[in-house]
Ligand binder design. Structure first.
Ligand SMILES: Nc1ncnc2c1ncn2[C@@H]1O[C@H](COP(=O)(O)OP(=O)(O)OP(=O)(O)O)[C@@H](O)[C@H]1O
Length: 297
């Protein structure tokens, strides 16, 4: 009997040569392509205005593509979106926080796509909302107004909404902005456990220092995709330079600025003014908090 070769598993997400132009004529992305496998956390990095949010909107079908296509788990994006496979955690600025809505209602919105037009939640919908709130540690806030929460708590509620949706692809637009280090670490732990369940997370972030720590893959964006691949291969000074150009601040500490003794090793800090990326000689190491950062002045 002939043994057929096993078909390779489809990519989690395939962005194929997409171009996006806004109505005002601005082309925010041009011929952008990248692929990420399932069970990964992928960082999207680039300067303000590079096109990271546009890329999310293109995946979500919020903006029209003038070229190219997006494939999700081997199917056209349109089909995956219809099946509620893609969850989007927006930037805080995109949400109207004055809208009077309870935390649990926000999370229940994640279930809407699974309900019929009457939107009457089932027992399972309620259970999934409770489970999602538990997972982000926000269960005790379920009856609070969303507008009364802190920035970090709001982020966690929107993450819970993505969990309740049972999204297989989760897009997080700057989830760490305005979030303290403890909350950031909790979110990262949650993302890791979702990765281990085989989901795909795409995370736009300016926290360059934490990318090598928890993102398996990195996509460099600047009007297009400049480079992508495993973080250990792509998160290089050359790619950072290409993506950030003059925006990055570099400083090197050595000699008596760094050591009391004659230790010849130096330390390089690369930052776009959020959390810095620190290189000790040839080794790359995370800078945990801004407060820990060496004083550059
Ligand atoms: N609705 C819109 N209409 C017209 N132009 C837009 C629109 N939204 C974004 N742009 C422009 O498209 C480009 C890419 O913006 P985008 O929001 O995707 O960048 P970004 O990488 O997410 O930036 P940031 O890091 O600041 O969030 C920018 O030049 C921006 O001004």
């Amino acid at each position: 009997m002939m043994m057929g070769r096993a078909k390779p598993a489809p990519a989690g997400l395939r962005v194929n040569d997409i171009t996006v132009a806004y109505r005002n004529g601005l082309t925010a992305l041009r011929h952008a392509s990248f692929t990420v496998p399932r069970g990964t956390i992928t960082a999207l990095v680039g300067v303000n205005g590079a096109g990271k949010s546009t890329l999310f909107k293109a995946i979500m079908g919020f903006v029209q593509l003038t070229n190219g296509s997006v494939e999700i788990l081997g199917m056209p994006a349109h089909d995956a979106l219809r099946q509620n496979m893609v969850a989007y955690v927006p930037q805080a600025e995109e949400v109207d926080w004055n809208f009077p809505v309870l935390v649990e209602d926000v999370v229940m919105m994640g279930r809407y796509g699974h309900m019929n037009f009457l939107r009457i939640p089932s027992r399972r919908d309620h259970d999934l909302v409770t489970e999602a709130l538990q997972r982000v540690n926000m269960l005790e806030y379920r009856k609070r107004q969303i507008g009364e929460l802190s920035g970090g708590q709001r982020k966690r509620v929107f993450l819970a909404r993505a969990l309740a949706q049972e999204g297989q692809i989760i897009l997080l637009d700057e989830p760490f902005t305005g979030v303290d280090v403890t909350t950031e670490e909790q979110i990262i732990e949650l993302l890791k456990s979702l990765r281990d369940e085989g989901r795909v997370m795409l995370v736009s972030t300016h926290n360059l220092g934490s990318v090598p720590d928890f993102c398996d893959r990195t996509v460099f964006v600047k009007g297009t995709v400049l480079a992508y691949g495993r973080t250990e291969d792509t998160f290089t000074e050359a790619n950072l330079e290409k993506a950030f150009g003059g925006v990055l601040r570099h400083f090197i500490l050595s000699g008596t600025d760094l050591h009391d003794d004659a230790d010849p090793r130096h330390l390089k800090v690369i930052s776009d003014d959020e959390r810095p990326f620190v290189v000790y000689g040839d080794r790359q190491q995370k800078q945990k908090t801004r407060d820990d950062a060496p004083d550059a002045s």
